[in-house]
Ligand binder design. Structure first.
Ligand code: ADP
Ligand code: ZN
Ligand code: ZN
Length: 748
């Protein structure tokens, strides 16, 4: 008995991707109807013929057989949707989820957009006049105006949304420049015409270095030969990777195919946007979280109709429905943000690999600190490996000191600043150069505890402590619950309730206490979860620091990404090992990446930079190799550990996550799943650890349990996942109650 039935989705752009309907495959179409096929089926009362897509083939229908109608016909020709449906099916199989959820992830949702004409800002005066105005603005510290004028000197027309968004220029500023006759605001129609004439012909990209050209030629040759290979470009920040991507993109676009360029949202700066616009004019589109569903849908339509060649965006840009895809490029491929946190929990790098395979496209990955997964694939020959070792922006690599904070304590230094860091800070404050202080811990936040009984105040809905904000407010970072800090301990009634401030806030306080007596008022900017709550606040802080409105920027890992501050000549990394303390097999890798990136922030301009890494375990290899900027040695040691402990990429791992609002029911479900897979696991040689309570036992009143499965290969783990999914569907558990996470980024 073969596959006689097909599940067909009728309206794939429906908001909820409606459920599939079962149809019989008539004999004459047998073997021709496959997953992703576009078919005509009778639908509804009048049995009007409608177009639909086959999501699955099956031999046993889940519908009374006598009511099933046959497929009326097959629509020939490759449809964009076929690839996406096949990709969804692959994701469902690889990561676990229902087909509908997988389809919802990859298919664009139809939403009407209110048509509002896009505006552009254009230059109305000569370059000479603009330059004069710019000098005046700079002298008067009209920084927003100066920023806009400088940008207009490079490009005479800029999209309005870019100016008010990424450049942070207020409407009132625009009006006053308009009144001075320096700029104009026009409809986008005129702009498009001008852009067409102006770009590509007039823009001169930099002449590639010998090494850059080699890489472009080699990958380009394989592209032309239709090899469809995967490549890893390992190069420090500023070594010219983006120019390589852009040159490759031009090649692919010239051959009539499209490019998907993934980049972490935080790294999509104004400069990057402009670099792409200059090359691809209005044939490039940008995806970002600020777009509405309707705007996203419109972009997908434009891609489908062939109106754009290049899409740039975060991981979801992967699902842009291009008819002919030639290349996928993923910058900063090691970023955790490429892994989805909702079902199906897919990794964009792996999924890009499958999408590239479906299209016969090339895949180019780039990073200064590649993920162990990608580097392993490269050194074992599965990926082509290229390295770029020189900074093209000038500026030398910084000098790095490692300070042992245990020794500082022995010497009687109780400050959070080591002796060396304090000296260097004073030196930079004297020279009026900028300082970056980086606290290596995400979500390291304050808490409140009782000195009498030791109670730590916890969120009533989550298994985490409440953070102290300001003097007397406590908040939960997981669910948003907040309450005033009580005056008495709720347990023992003692009045000695102590608040410990969040790391960055504490550093700011200490910094001012130690340096203000000598240097007077020191302008400081702080970037952490508290100061970046509102939209664009993140970019605003970076922009202000870039304009040197502050001497010092203190922050968590948010400050180490993507931005160039040429006047920063000192980077202090406080508590470098804090990120090692977390119970997570990727802790050392993440520490190495963060320290390398943070160290790379110093000395980007003409003056040499210095970096001070403070640590309580300075002998740890992730710290030593980051200080030496030696990725190869780090990789070697870290792989030894992964091999020994059986962690990815040396082995495969699957965390089965169980969620329930009732603790006992959740625990029971976890135990049931454990029993259910025990025989299969035994047969396939899969190691099962647990069930156990989650690392955080409860979030938002939902209890968490998990099972961890390990095996050298992925297939046995997928088989266990299938077994669990089948059992779950037989007992009608809600889909979200049990989730799967393959090779997780974080401990559950
Ligand atoms: P990465 O992506 O590795 O950080 P970029 O491609 O952004 O590096 O290059 C860093 C800087 O060097 C950019 O300002 C870029 O314009 C410049 N640059 C890159 N390649 C060249 C080149 N061949 N000649 C001159 N400048 C270059
Ligand atoms: Zn108490
Ligand atoms: Zn909470």
């Amino acid at each position: 008995m073969g596959t006689a039935y097909a599940n067909v989705i009728i309206d794939i752009s429906h908001e909820k991707v409606d459920r599939p309907f079962c149809y019989a495959i008539p004999e004459q179409l047998s073997g021709l109807v496959v997953q992703g096929s576009c078919v005509e089926v009778p639908f509804g009362r009048g049995s009007r013929l409608r177009k639909g897509f086959v999501t699955e083939l099956c031999s046993v229908p889940d519908y009374p057989e006598e009511k099933i109608r046959p497929i009326a016909g097959l629509i020939e020709g490759v449809q964009v949707e076929s690839h996406l449906i096949r990709l969804a099916a692959w994701m469902k199989h690889q990561y676990g989820s229902t087909m509908i959820t997988a389809l919802q992830t990859v298919l664009p949702v139809k939403k009407k957009v209110a048509v509002r004409e896009k505006k552009v800002i254009c230059r109305k005066a000569s370059a000479e006049e603009l330059r004069e105005a710019l000098v005046i603005c700079e002298r008067k510290h009209y920084t927003a105006r100066a920023r806009l004028l400088a940008a207009l000197l490079e490009d005479d027309t800029l999209p309005c949304e870019l100016v008010t968004g990424k450049l942070h220029v207020a409407a009132s500023t625009l009006r006053s420049l308009q009144e001075q006759g320096l700029i104009g605001v026009e409809g986008a129609g005129a702009y498009k015409e001008r852009l067409k004439e102006r770009t590509r012909e007039t823009y001169q990209p930099p002449v590639l270095s010998h090494r850059q050209r080699q890489i472009v030629e080699e990958i380009g040759r394989e592209y032309e030969d239709g090899v469809g290979g995967t490549y890893l470009i390992h190069g420090i920040t500023g070594s010219g990777k983006t120019e390589v991507y852009l040159a490759l993109m031009e090649k692919v676009v010239a051959s009539g195919k499209a490019v998907i360029f993934l980049i972490p949202e935080i790294a999509l700066t104004f400069q990057t946007v402009m670099r792409c616009r200059r090359r691809f004019g209005d044939r490039v589109s940008f995806l970002h979280s600020g777009l509405s569903m309707g705007e996203r849908y419109e972009q997908c339509q434009r891609a489908k109709e062939g109106k754009i060649d290049v899409i740039i965006g975060p991981r979801s840009a992967l699902f842009t429905p291009f008819r002919k895809l030639g290349m996928i490029i993923i910058d900063e491929e090691h970023e955790g943000a490429y892994k989805s946190e909702t079902m199906p929990k897919y990794h964009a790098v792996e999924t890009a690999g499958e999408l590239a395979r479906l299209h016969g496209a090339g895949l180019v990955l780039g990073s200064a600190t590649p993920s162990l997964e990608s580097y392993q694939a490269a050194v074992t020959g599965r990926y082509g490996l290229f390295t770029l070792t020189e900074r093209l922006t000038g500026g030398s690599l910084p000098h790095v000191y490692i300070e042992d904070m245990r020794r500082e304590l022995q010497k009687g230094n109780r400050s959070i600043f080591s002796h060396r860091l304090r000296e260097l800070i004073a030196d930079r404050l004297k020279k009026e150069e900028q300082i970056l202080l980086f606290l290596n811990r995400r979500g390291y936040s304050g808490f409140v505890s009782c000195r009498s009984c030791g109670l730590v105040l916890k969120c009533p809905h989550c298994d985490v402590s409440l953070s102290l904000h300001g003097r007397d407010r406590m908040e939960c970072h997981y669910c948003g619950y907040g309450m005033p800090k009580p005056t008495l301990c709720p347990d023992c009634g003692s009045k000695y309730l102590m608040g410990f401030k969040a790391g960055t806030e504490k550093i700011e306080e200490q910094f001012l206490r130690e340096f203000e007596p000598e240097f007077g008022r020191i302008p400081i900017l702080r970037m952490d979860a508290d100061t970046t709550k509102t939209k664009h606040s993140h970019e605003r802080i970076l922009a202000e620091f870039g304009e040197e409105k502050a001497r010092v920027l203190i922050g968590t890992q948010m400050i180490v990404k993507g931005h160039d501050f040429p006047n920063v000549t000192l980077v202090g990394i406080l508590a470098a090992d804090l990120s090692l303390a977390v119970n997570d097999y990727r802790a050392a890798e993440r520490t190495f990446q963060l320290l390398t990136q943070a160290a790379g922030r110093a000395g980007r301009g003409s003056r040499p930079g210095e970096v001070v890494i403070q640590s309580y375990q300075p002998e740890h290899y992730s710290i030593r190799w980051a200080a030496a900027q030696d990725y190869g040695e780090f990789y070697r040691e870290e792989m030894l550990y992964r091999r020994m402990a059986g962690y990815p990429p040396a082995a495969h791992m699957l965390t089965v996550q169980i969620f329930d609002s009732a603790e006992s029911r959740g625990r029971e479900l976890a135990a049931q799943i454990g029993e259910k897979i025990a025989p299969v696991a035994k047969e396939l040689g899969v190691t099962v650890i647990g069930p156990a309570g989650g690392h955080i036992g409860k979030i938002n009143d939902v209890f968490r349990f998990s099972l961890t499965l390990k095996h050298e290969n992925k297939e046995p783990l997928i088989a266990c996942k299938d077994e669990i999914e089948e059992w779950l569907s037989s007992c009608a558990k809600p889909e979200k109650a049990v989730q799967f996470d393959f090779n997780p980024m974080h401990t559950f």
